[in-house]
Design a protein around this ligand. Structure first.
Ligand SMILES: [Zn+2]
Length: 169
């Protein structure tokens, strides 16, 4: 295992920590769906409309949020991928809105990173310039494209730039 569950003896706060140095692009582990729910919980990832997978293995339930994430849950390959190099012992955290369009339990983030977004409630409320900084699941990208399409078709259509030919990377 390249990661293990860590529990703070004082606070009981649990987190996932790297047990070895990891490099950008490395697959930390694969995950699977212990169950598929029709609603989000604290321990699910959204993979499609009305489809929320309960993570397996359960140690992944304690992967915390960071506004400067070092891992990404790829819900197409079902792999956790390192977004940058990680030192042994470092906490592994992902950007919750990268998988959640609307979150079950919004919260105030205190991650302390320079770009901290403070209120975390899902990708649906984040502006384009924030979303484009992050790697997002196919589902969240699709929802984002739908939102952009609606905005372009709406009252501010005259202000919306043409999207043709520029689908990003
Ligand atoms: Zn934060």
């Amino acid at each position: 295992m390249l990661a293990s569950l860590h529990q703070d003896p004082a606070t009981g706060h649990r987190s996932l920590r790297a047990t070895a140095p990891l490099h950008e692009g490395q697959v930390l582990c694969v995950f699977s769906a212990e169950d598929v729910l029709d609603h989000p919980t604290r321990f699910t990832l959204q993979i499609d409309e009305g489809k929320h997978i309960l993570l397996h293995p359960e140690a992944l339930w304690y992967t915390n949020h960071s506004c400067s994430p070092n891992i990404f849950f790829d819900t197409e390959t079902m792999e956790i991928v390192c977004l940058r190099d990680v030192a042994a012992g470092e906490e592994l955290a992902f950007f919750y809105p990268s998988t959640e369009w609307r979150m079950a339990e919004p919260f105030d983030c205190h991650c302390g990173n320079p770009g901290c977004l403070h209120r975390i409630s899902g990708a649906s409320v984040l502006p384009n310039e924030v979303l484009q900084r992050y790697r997002l699941t196919a589902y969240v990208q699709r929802k984002w494209a739908e939102r952009a399409g609606r905005a372009a078709a709406g009252g501010d259509a005259a202000l919306a730039p043409e999207a043709g030919g520029n689908s990003g990377t």
